[in-house]
Design a protein around this ligand. Structure first.
Ligand SMILES: CC(=O)SCCNC(=O)CCNC(=O)[C@H](O)C(C)(C)COP(=O)(O)OP(=O)(O)OC[C@H]1O[C@@H](n2cnc3c(N)ncnc32)[C@H](O)[C@@H]1OP(=O)(O)O
Ligand SMILES: CC(C)C(=O)C(=O)O
Length: 564
């Protein structure tokens, strides 16, 4: 075989002998969440957490509302042992929270696990042994009965230890480790053997945790395994089916979600997906997946930034900026069509109606993010993004023709700076290219009624000379344009026009946009001033000045110089 040869690997067989119902189901409620941060997450770290870090992680888990926490492997690690002692001796476990401790099926480890839990009022002993064919044949060198014997003896030892400590609510979790590489009927058989020893009841159920220890099958295949198990395990009402998915194929979340459809009631995972190799299933993402479908996740994820911070402090692992739901960039749209669609749908989104915003699966404000980060402008952006930023940061509503005129300047600038353009830079481009108060400038004007219309008297200055123009029209702007045409002999007209008051980010109180028409040329222009009429007069002057400039497209409007 060559070095990279797929024939080295085999497709695992599908599970048969059951009725597949999971594809027709929906998730309607949150699972029992189990944090593995202090165990599977911790065992995967280059530098396992110190007791202080574990305490910090514990506080976070309590704050977000996790009710079952795997606190570690106290028979294997002094840190874990000390941590569980701290939890118990310092009375840190709330009444509605249960801690769990992992142990192999070996007497001395089980005994030490119980010793570490002395004084607890309730706890889960999590017992595991490997059951897959590879583990049986190559690691343990045992047949199925030998593997069952390990589990049964381990359960007996747990039962003895529990019996010796009455007054504590001891629960058993058993994991046929490497379940997804185990023949499913054998997984059922070994769990039933454990069940026979432990004797669960519907009021005090045993937890069968079915780990996807190494994810080597697709999520649909895993869901079949879970549904087969749920349909075949005896005394199903005395069993809580739990899943523990890893992310080797990148499918830990999908596997956990489909497993819930297939009957799993309990889900183990880590915050932000830490854990062995590619990580455990990410509790934050699964909970947000439920939230985004309108299902109460029963966790408080309203402050993901705190989760990100604490997880980083405890694991040393930073978050990818595109991490689902909570990464720094996930509510940011760079590309133009996305920005345009977000802007339009946000405008139409009512406060009390279901969320319907294109490209934003949830309202970022729900998790303490805001629209600041939604839209950025770079060379991949279109007019929608820059218009959004001007509106959001300066209250400037660009008319569509001004968006079209400004967009190429923004595009060119963003290519020049090879990065992101902020709203301040976009605003400067708007005024740099479309506002000209020289060489002609407004000195003064007055407006008075004249019958149905208005008369204006406008004093302009050019190169130190002042000129007063008088004219009449339907309104002051058309009167100004008539005055100009009469004075200069030009034939300009206002093709389009918009003005509005400004509330933020500017010294001026009003902004006006004018699209002046001269022959076949249209000249877009802008100006600001203390009121909308002054801003509009100045916008016309901007257009006149701009018409006499040459840009890369040639002469703009070719209007007459006042003095000429
Ligand atoms: C998929 C998972 O994440 S499982 C959890 C894995 N996590 C950890 O292992 C972290 C903590 N573990 C440890 O520190 C150590 O493994 C200890 C302290 C628990 C045990 O250490 P050691 O006694 O040196 O044994 P080691 O872990 O190497 O296990 C190998 C032996 O245990 C046996 N064994 C392994 N797992 C189990 C099990 N679940 N139940 C019973 N026996 C087991 C093996 O057959 C082997 O036996 P052998 O020595 O007779 O061949
Ligand atoms: C101990 C078990 C649950 C485990 O960590 C795994 O199989 O991944």
């Amino acid at each position: 075989m060559s070095r990279f040869d797929h024939r080295k690997y085999q497709r695992p067989p599908r599970v048969t002998g059951f009725t597949r119902t999971w594809p027709e189901r929906e998730i309607t409620r949150a699972p029992i969440w189990v944090s593995e941060d202090l165990r599977d997450g911790n065992q995967a770290l280059l530098e396992p957490m110190t007791v202080a870090q574990k305490q910090k992680m514990w506080k976070l888990l309590m704050d977000i509302g996790i009710k079952e926490v795997m606190i570690g492997f106290p028979s294997a690690s002094q840190h874990d042992y000390d941590f569980v002692r701290w939890l118990i001796e310092e009375d840190q476990i709330p009444d509605d929270v249960t801690i769990a401790a992992l142990t192999q099926c070996r007497d001395h480890l089980i005994d030490k696990t119980f010793e570490s839990l002395e004084g607890v009022s309730r706890a889960i002993i999590h017992l595991y042994n490997s059951t897959s064919t590879i583990q049986r044949e190559r690691v343990f060198e045992m047949d199925q009965d030998g593997i069952i014997d390990i589990a049964v003896k381990g359960t007996q030892r747990v039962k003895q230890n529990a019996a010796a400590r009455p007054g504590v609510h001891w629960r058993l979790e058993y994991s046929p480790e490497s379940f997804s590489q185990t023949e499913t009927d054998f997984a059922v058989r070994i769990c039933e053997a454990v069940m026979d020893v432990w004797g669960p009841t519907p009021d005090d159920r045993i937890i069968f945790n079915l780990p996807n220890t190494v994810e080597q099958v697709g999520p649909h295949h895993h869901a079949d395994q879970i549904e087969y198990f749920c349909q075949h395990i005896k005394n199903r009402d005395s069993v809580i089916v739990s899943v523990h998915t890893h992310n080797d194929r990148g499918g830990a979340l999908a596997a956990a979600e489909l497993a819930m459809l297939a009957g799993a009631e309990r889900v183990e995972g880590c915050l932000l997906g830490n854990g062995e190799r590619t990580g455990n299933m990410d509790i934050v993402v699964l909970a947000m997946n439920l939230y985004g479908m309108g299902v109460d996740p029963e966790l408080d994820l309203s402050d993901p930034d705190e989760i990100i911070k604490v997880v980083h402090e405890c694991t040393g692992i930073p978050l990818h900026p595109r991490h689902p739901w909570v990464g720094e960039l996930v509510y940011t749209a760079f590309s133009g069509s996305h920005q345009d669609a977000i802007r339009k749908s946000l405008r139409k989104q009512g406060e009390d109606e279901p969320w319907q915003v294109a490209y934003l699966p949830i309202d970022p404000r729900d998790i303490g993010r805001d629209y600041q980060a939604v839209i950025r402008v770079n060379s991949q952006s279109g007019k929608g993004g820059m218009a959004f930023l001007l509106e959001r940061d300066y209250g400037i509503n660009l008319p569509r023709w001004m968006m079209l005129a400004l967009a190429p300047h923004v595009q060119r600038e963003s290519e020049k700076v090879t990065g992101e353009l902020g709203s301040a830079a976009i605003r400067s481009l708007l005024f740099q290219h479309f506002d000209r108060q020289a060489p002609i400038s407004l000195v003064d004007y007055s407006v008075r009624r004249a019958g149905e219309g208005q008369k204006v008297s406008v004093t302009l200055s050019e190169d130190g000379d002042q000129f007063t123009l008088e004219g009449q029209g339907n309104g002051p702007l058309s009167a100004f344009v008539h005055a100009w045409n009469e004075y200069t002999g030009d034939e300009i007209a206002i093709a389009d026009y918009a003005e509005h008051a400004l509330s933020t980010g500017s010294d001026a109180d009003a902004i006006a946009f004018v699209q002046l028409k001269s022959d076949t040329t249209r000249i877009p222009a802008v100006a600001e001033d203390a009121d909308t009429l002054s801003a509009s007069m100045k916008a016309i002057i901007s257009a006149i000045n701009l018409s006499r400039e040459t840009d890369e497209t040639g002469q703009r409007g070719g209007l007459t110089a006042l003095a000429g």
